[in-house]
Design a protein around this ligand. Structure first.
Ligand code: FDA
Length: 396
């Protein structure tokens, strides 16, 4: 008979949500064990934010999340806010700064956040089992049986915090969705979010020449709008504006991109027509948007000899409208290989919003990215991990 260890709470996944949940439960005097197949905890925290971890956002609120039920996240986000997490960061003496749009980053390294969480787990008496495969999870007479590569466990309560499918190379698996389905939970359609776009085959050759060009844009798709930077790459479009809008995009949808959101291009061209009538409209536009972009658009129109003096107001407005409402249908996205998050997940209708507990199986909780709650870029996904993790840890 293999050894059977006993724990009050078993947390599957030593990521952001799993670790903070373990801390909360451990502080309440429960015996807590966290299991992960990775060799180190918090691997996604380590690589996040370019190694500095964008750990929350000053402006985080329910409006920053996508879910089949947008109201589900409200309770957890209110119970443990970005300011509560910032207080912990401050109490640890971790230096941080606001980069832009309320996004808070560590001054030094994302490891500061991992060290804070592992230190808190140690202080709360949490047992951390790394390099451990989860083989099987079953409901038992009392609680749950969890079979792992390092032995079998009996746990009164089980918390699934195994994250999403993004970046399999970093240890992401669909285990959380499988466990949910096995216990009778609905899992909404999952797909890659916060992910770069790839060119459609008819654009790839000519547009990849713009690789490296960055421009501030207003990107729109399916009712969402983001005013941030866009980056042309060899393979397609990236940068914060594209990552954000990718979460709202579905195969075949059209993107509408204002390439000069702060300017009235028609007005600028008409003024230039008065002062420099012999000038090319594309020279003027190349002083407003990046020159290489203007040159590329010019090459696409096939009318490089045109002079401003020859242009009617209607012709000017047509060119301006093309840049303010540049439209394209991406070929696809880079998928889970580079996506920051997985959209969709464990259906929130079958979870208690205050405790993250299953409405079907008492004692079973789902937290973090595995749940159908996905944040915008900018620290919101970690805030959801903190808020949902604390909600479960305090009520377990
Ligand atoms: P997370 O993925 O963190 O943890 C899941 C854990 O479960 C992992 O440790 C994994 O090893 C383990 N696991 C999975 N399957 C298992 C199995 N079968 N057996 C055992 N263990 C298993 N967000 C943000 O707010 N600010 C940012 O700066 C960034 N930056 C960023 C960069 C990159 C490159 C990525 C990919 C993602 C981000 N994110 C982000 C998103 C953020 O990392 C993500 O939303 C959270 O890490 C989710 O936390 P979870 O704890 O739910 O999952």
């Amino acid at each position: 008979m293999p050894t059977r260890n006993k724990t009050d709470v078993m947390v599957l996944g030593a990521g952001a949500a799993g670790m903070i949940c373990a801390v909360e439960a451990g502080r309440r005097g429960l015996s807590v064990t966290v299991i992960d197949h990775a060799r180190a905890p918090g691997e996604k925290i380590r690589i996040s934010g370019g190694g500095r971890c964008n750990f929350t956002n000053l402006h985080c609120g329910p409006g920053n999340f996508l879910s089949n039920n947008p109201r589900f996240a409200i309770s957890a986000l209110r119970s443990f806010t970005q300011h509560d997490f910032i207080d912990r960061v401050k109490a640890r003496g971790i230096a941080y700064h606001e980069k832009t749009l309320g996004q808070l980053f560590c001054d030094s390294s994302a490891r500061d956040i991992i060290n804070m969480l592992t230190g808190d787990m140690r202080d709360a008496g949490v047992r951390l089992e790394l390099s451990t495969e989860i083989l099987e999870v079953n409901q038992a007479d009392q609680g749950f049986d969890v079979q792992t590569s390092q032995g079998n466990w009996q746990a009164d309560r089980l918390v699934v915090a195994t994250g999403g499918k993004s970046i399999p190379k970093m240890g992401a698996t669909g285990l959380g969705y499988e466990i949910a389905a096995r216990f009778g939970h609905r899992v909404t359609e999952t797909r890659a979010g916060l992910v770069p776009f790839t060119w459609a085959s008819n654009m790839a050759e000519s547009w990849s020449a713009l690789s490296g060009v960055a421009v501030d844009v207003n990107a729109r798709c399916n009712g969402a709008t983001f005013r941030e930077a866009m980056l042309f790459t060899h393979r397609g479009l990236s940068g914060p504006a594209m990552l954000q809008i990718s979460s709202y995009w579905r195969d075949g949808d059209r993107l509408s991109i204002d390439l000069a959101p702060d300017r009235d291009l028609a007005d600028a061209l008409k003024q230039e027509r008065s002062s420099r009538p012999k000038g090319s409209p594309w020279t003027t536009l190349g002083e407003i948007v990046p020159k290489r972009l203007a040159q590329h658009l010019e090459s696409q129109t096939g009318d490089s000899a045109i002079r401003l003096a020859d242009m009617s107001n209607a012709a000017i407005e047509t060119i301006a409208a093309r840049l303010h409402g540049f439209e394209l249908i991406p070929g696809g996205t880079e998928g889970y290989r580079t996506a920051e998050v997985t959209l969709g997940g464990v259906d929130t209708d079958q979870l208690n919003q205050k405790t993250m507990e299953s409405r079907l199986v008492p004692g079973l909780h789902f937290i973090g990215e595995v749940v159908d709650v996905t944040g915008h870029l900018g620290g919101h996904n970690f805030q959801w991990a903190w808020s949902s993790g604390v909600a479960a840890g305090r009520h377990i």
